[in-house]
Design a protein around this ligand. Structure first.
Ligand code: ZN
Length: 237
């Protein structure tokens, strides 16, 4: 029995490591994980959408608190819900590329990933008339070839602040999501949420608690591209 539990535990660990968005490569200077700024600015990011029910609910909360966010969309879901992508743009948010079908880089060839990135960029442009400037690899997996592609195609690779992974996709409870963000918040953080397929109600409820509180503390919520533009200039040496 104990042996069986041990195997189960190992199996669970393997699954967690491979399936978790935190199973990312180590920080790299070409990849943005957070932004060094003196200003009380943070970036809310939402991956894997749009979701027909919960993305509009998220947009309602963002509008209520004058918050701008970045949506790392999947091309296939923009094709299903183009009107939501258009609403995101119309309300001042940023749309970013998260591939067409959410394959992890370790499971597909770089050529397939390149195709997916280009296909999704075209879909986003067709639907919203905006060209995405920012890309986040599914699961956070990247390699040198992907960074070379990013340089070639002039998009910025953006991850998330490692302590700001809310793991909302695991439905840990509203308070847990709120506490993850609130207990670790720093200027320039990039916070990871999901508006993926399925039930994202905990994410919506967490935002309803977080946004008024953080706004009262003086934080402003900006898109990733805006946040990057606010990076503190290093004094010339
Ligand atoms: Zn994702």
């Amino acid at each position: 029995m104990i042996r069986l539990l041990g195997y189960l535990g190992l199996l669970l660990l393997c699954f967690t490591v491979t399936a978790s968005p935190t199973a990312a490569a180590k920080p790299d200077s070409e990849v943005v994980w957070k932004v060094d700024t003196d200003q009380k600015l943070v970036a809310l990011t939402f991956d894997d959408g749009p979701n027909p029910v919960y993305t509009p609910a998220i947009l309602d909360v963002l509008r209520q608190y004058d918050a701008k966010a970045t949506f790392f969309v999947l091309g296939k879901r923009v094709l299903l819900y183009p009107e939501i992508a258009i609403r995101e743009i119309n309300e001042g948010h940023e749309i970013a590329n998260h591939t067409f079908d959410h394959h992890f880089l370790k499971n597909v060839s770089p050529e397939i990933l390149k195709q997916e990135i280009e296909q999704t960029r075209e879909i986003i442009f067709e639907v919203t008339e905006q060209l995405p400037q920012v890309f986040r690899p599914p699961g956070g997996f990247y390699d040198k070839a992907l960074l070379d592609l990013a340089r070639e195609e002039k998009f910025t690779v953006v991850m998330w602040s490692w302590y700001q992974d809310t793991r909302d996709w695991k439905k840990p409870g509203v308070d847990k999501i709120v506490n993850t963000v609130r207990s670790n918040l720093h200027n320039g953080d990039i916070i990871l949420f999901h508006d993926m397929e399925g039930d994202c109600s905990q994410t919506v409820e967490a935002l309803k608690k977080l946004l008024p509180d953080l706004k009262q503390q003086g934080y402003q919520f900006v898109t990733v591209t805006d946040l990057i533009s606010k990076v503190k200039k290093q004094p010339a040496s």
